[in-house]
Design a protein around this ligand. Sequence first.
Ligand SMILES: [Zn+2]
Length: 334
Amino acid sequence: MVAIVVTAVFPLVFVLLILASIFGIDMDADDVMDGGGCSPIGGVDMSAWDATFTKAGVLKDKGDKIKEVATKQGIDPILFAAIAFNETGWGTSRAVVEKNNPGGLMDAATGMSTVKVFATLDEGLEAMGVTLHNRIVKDGLNTVEKLGAVYAPIGVANDPNGLNVNWVPTVNGMIQKLGGLSMNCSTTSAGTGQYIIPVDTPNVSSGFVDRINPVTGVPEHHKGIDFAQPMLSNIKAADDGVVVFAGMGVSGSGFGGYGNVILLEHAKTKEWTLYGHQSGILVKVGQVVRKGDVIGKVGSTGQSTGPHLHFEIRKEKMGGQIDPAPVLGVQTKN
Ligand SMILES: [Zn+2]
């Protein structure tokens, strides 16, 4: 009896201790990536995906939610699902059933001594997505083996039963059941830290200045520089990076007025570059781009009076614009 209790309870305690050491610092949903990203290497095998989810306990109906969160976080839904299945014993652990916590996230409010409680399972999956993004993209733990070395280190004092050795093979087995990985996260680069001019024939029509907005007539600080360009001419990535926003900047999105806009995150500089008023959107969130890649075509969408690229360099994801002209070495006349 005692032996049963020991084997049933202790592994769970040890797993939680291990998780506590890596989770809990990642609860900020605004946390952003510092490097890398994942590129699609083929679609998800939907029949394998659906068949595997039928055995996944309370996660059974959460396939679509996991895909949604994975897309938002630029990570592989297959890897996300495999880790969730592993951490929850196929969706049956007390943490996921009673606390809506599929990722073993610990509660900062209790000094990481208890598993965090989420109001809904969707909330728990969102939080797990942020943490996985940080481990995979920000910290560069971009293979199952590298993740395992952190999630379940082999030979550590808090794994006396040697269970951690199972983490990598078990997760890999679940990945195979789900139809195999659908993204490659290991080919990323931090970039050079040196931005190139993102258009071929740089003709600066407006600098980083206080001005009257040409569309609204309202005085403003122009937070980037404008390159007047031929319609549909190439827009190039200023450095290696990951697409963190790509779409029409509708009001309330934080990108209102920018029209079709892309925001890239750059690991080397820990900065973001923004490319506004594009004719359409050619890239997807989570996509890894290389310096000089054509990421869009010049347009005049959003608050714009003619075809141009509005380009920003940001110190923060949603602000902190600096003057790109001296960085790019271009002259501005106004
Ligand atoms: Zn502009």
